[in-house]
Design a protein. Structure first.
Length: 310
């Protein structure tokens, strides 16, 4: 009689030959399947744990849908990470498909099994007071401080990604209309309003230190270093983090957190979700909807803190 471990070895060899998966992925599949074979709710006292994969004398394999549901329910309740359980279900699903292909399994025991959903990771958001502290942190009476103040103001006012910010060109800025034209993911263009404050700081930077640093050179990049070179994403991240520390903000702060704050604060103040979608450059509204959960959580917290029956 074939042992489950023998079938697993043959399965691993098969997917290696067919798909050329990495050794790390194959090892993870092997360990997941061996774990499911050795451990399960149906092990009899005095006998090795048989798990959920049962091989008959004829070599046919039986995997009970009830056993699968019971085992993964037990694992979920034991505190195993959802991402690990999803990977184990994926390995078992592929193993079952391989067994059916070779006539060793006559049913699909995972046909009704829905993997547990990954917990929603809400984006980190700064409160409005912390944003104000961050914006005021650069010494704007210095050339570098003026540039960095303009960077922070533009990021928060427009919701730009840091990659969009460092590649922003002067020809894409309309000071008269108060708009920037941004090329986002997938090469899609969108217009982002700047607002009066961001426009004022940006204009001061462009007409002041930027011209001095460029000298006689011609470069359309908006934000440059004192050597006249384009800034990297890492440089922007580092400077923002440094200003957050200087402002006494305990939370980790990044350019992307400013983007999250931009979207959440708009919703907090009544902006329409589809408008926020357009401003962020999301192709799918479902991507933007995560911010409604953040805004809702903030509103519930405000209610709890300030309402007499909160």
């Amino acid at each position: 009689m074939a042992e489950p471990s023998d079938l697993i070895d043959r399965f691993i060899d098969s997917i290696w030959a067919e798909d050329g998966l990495s050794g790390k992925t194959l090892d993870a599949y092997r360990q997941d399947l061996i774990g499911l074979c050795r451990h399960g709710p149906n092990a009899e006292p005095g006998r090795p744990a048989s798990g959920i994969v049962h091989v008959s004398e004829s070599g046919a394999v039986h995997i009970s849908e009830a056993d699968i549901l019971s085992e993964f329910s037990r694992r979920l309740q034991s505190g195993l990470r959802v991402s690990t359980i999803r990977r184990q279900i994926s390995a078992l699903r592929r193993f079952c498909a391989w067994l059916r292909r070779f006539g060793k399994l006559d049913n699909d025991p995972l046909s009704t099994l829905e993997p547990p959903r990954k917990p929603m990771r809400l984006p980190g958001v700064l409160c409005e007071a912390d944003v104000e502290l961050l914006l005021a942190a650069p010494a704007s009476d210095t050339p570098i401080g003026l540039r960095d103040r303009a960077i922070l103001e533009v990021l928060y006012a427009s919701g730009l990604r840091v990659s969009e910010l460092v590649s922003l060109e002067l020809s894409a800025v309309s000071f008269r209309q108060g708009l920037v034209r941004v090329t986002g993911k997938g090469g899609k263009d969108r217009l982002a309003p700047l607002g009066e404050d961001a426009l004022k700081w940006l204009q001061s930077w462009c007409e002041g230190p930027r011209k001095v640093w460029l000298g006689n050179r011609t470069d359309d990049t908006v934000f440059i270093s004192c050597r006249g070179r384009s800034l990297s994403r890492q440089a922007v991240w580092y400077r923002i983090r440094n200003y957050a520390v200087r402002a006494g903000i305990e939370a980790d702060v990044s350019p992307h957190k400013l983007r999250h704050s931009f979207a959440t604060h708009l919703l907090d103040h009544g902006a329409d979700l589809r408008v926020v979608q357009l401003l962020l450059g999301h192709s799918d509204l479902s991507t933007t909807q995560i911010y409604t959960h953040v805004a809702g959580a903030r509103l519930r917290e405000l209610h709890r803190r300030h309402h007499p029956r909160g």
